[in-house]
Design a protein around this ligand. Structure first.
Ligand code: SAM
Length: 345
């Protein structure tokens, strides 16, 4: 195990067999070594800085029916909402006043938000907050649409690949195709976005081999950002009785991702924090360096329920985040926190 981990640290790569070997056999002492190597790798790229993002969940309408997701189309128990332009800007104003320099606009796949509506919004945001990076997370759209949003000023785009196994992907995403997801990710990269991929840990049907495929997919794509989090079964979905994803495994995977992609921006995600009170600290100790705090209006938060008891920290909870970060030797960085390899073209 020691030799394989050293190889990973030296070369930032492993074969599929080696990744499976690590996932199958890692014990507590090897985990400590792995986390140390992940931290040493982060020291060389971003240092011990934690980047904060303001997350606005602007619509929970979704035309998709992902089997795990609480805001899937067929869930009739969700009270649907979408925020208007004024409400969006008001929320972002609050974030800006508090010093946030990255806003993430996330939502279900909501065709109410046409290209024209989105372009108007993107331009307004970039005019209003000149020094802010804007991230979109709105699902699959055409190359032409992605390109228009980029030209209008969007900087980054989060689109998790969810699971890099076409059979499992297609089973869990009725009406969608893995190939289209992958094409979208490559399109985003080609256009110039800082693109983010990622996967859910512990989906039904997942094996260590599938996890190794997820890791190698990321290695090949080389995204600017990666988001992973444990699967949390939602009671109003077809996967309600499935087993919850493992926090421990998620933390090991975070460390492996840091070592495979030293320059990636890697959040300790809300799903991780939901299952584990010290998810942020454990994530940071395994190579994560980003956290997203919620700036959605309070009255919509419960409605954006992709899983139950979602523990998203409020943008005002920066103090708590700062304390948690400093308890593991990190300091909060309020800058844009771009990927170190990216310059806007
Ligand atoms: N619609 C956009 C998209 O498809 O990229 C963004 C919104 S989607 C709700 C955000 C992410 O939530 C998904 O990429 C998925 O990984 C995650 N998610 C949804 N349901 C989940 C669950 N039950 N457990 C863990 N993660 C979940």
């Amino acid at each position: 195990m020691k030799k394989v981990l050293e190889k990973l640290y030296e070369t930032n790569n492993l074969t599929k067999e080696e990744l499976i070997f690590v996932l199958e056999n890692i014990d507590e002492s090897a985990k400590a070594d792995l986390f140390q190597l992940a931290q040493a790798t982060l020291e060389k790229t971003y240092g011990r800085r934690l980047f904060v993002r303001g997350l606005l969940e602007f619509t929970n309408y979704c035309k998709n029916n992902c089997m795990y997701c609480g805001i899937r189309r067929d869930n009739k128990n969700v009270e649907r909402y979408r925020l208007g332009k004024d409400e969006i800007l008001l929320s972002l104003d609050k974030g800006y006043e508090l010093g946030y320099k990255t806003f993430v606009l996330q939502g279900g796949e909501d065709s109410f938000f046409t290209d024209d509506i989105l372009l108007d919004l993107i331009k307004e945001i970039k005019k209003r907050y000149k020094d802010v990076a804007l991230t979109l997370s709105i699902g699959e759209r055409s190359f032409e649409s992605y390109e228009k949003y980029y030209i209008a000023g969007a900087d980054r785009f989060l689109l998790r690949h969810e699971v890099a196994n076409p059979y499992i992907y297609n089973e869990l995403h009725p009406g969608l195709s893995f190939q289209n997801r992958v094409d979208c990710l490559y399109n985003l990269k080609k256009i110039g976005y800082q693109a983010g991929a990622g996967f859910i840990v512990g989906l039904p049907g997942e094996t260590n081999e599938v996890l190794a495929e997820n890791l190698l997919f990321l290695k090949q794509l080389e995204p600017a950002m990666v988001g992973i989090g444990p699967f949390i079964p939602h009671p109003d979905t077809p996967l309600k009785n499935e087993t919850i994803g493992s926090v421990d495994k998620t933390i090991v995977l975070l460390a492996l991702i840091r070592l495979l992609l030293p320059e990636v921006l890697l959040p300790a995600t809300t799903a991780l924090n939901t299952l584990c009170t010290n998810g942020l600290e454990r994530g940071l100790q395994a190579g994560a360096n980003v956290v997203m705090l919620n700036l959605s209006p309070i009255y919509v938060r419960e409605k954006y329920e992709i899983y139950k008891n979602k523990d998203s920290k409020d943008i005002h909870e920066l103090n708590t985040v700062e304390q948690k970060a400093s308890s593991v030797g990190f300091r909060v960085d309020m800058g844009r926190g771009d990927n170190i390899n990216f310059r806007r073209i």
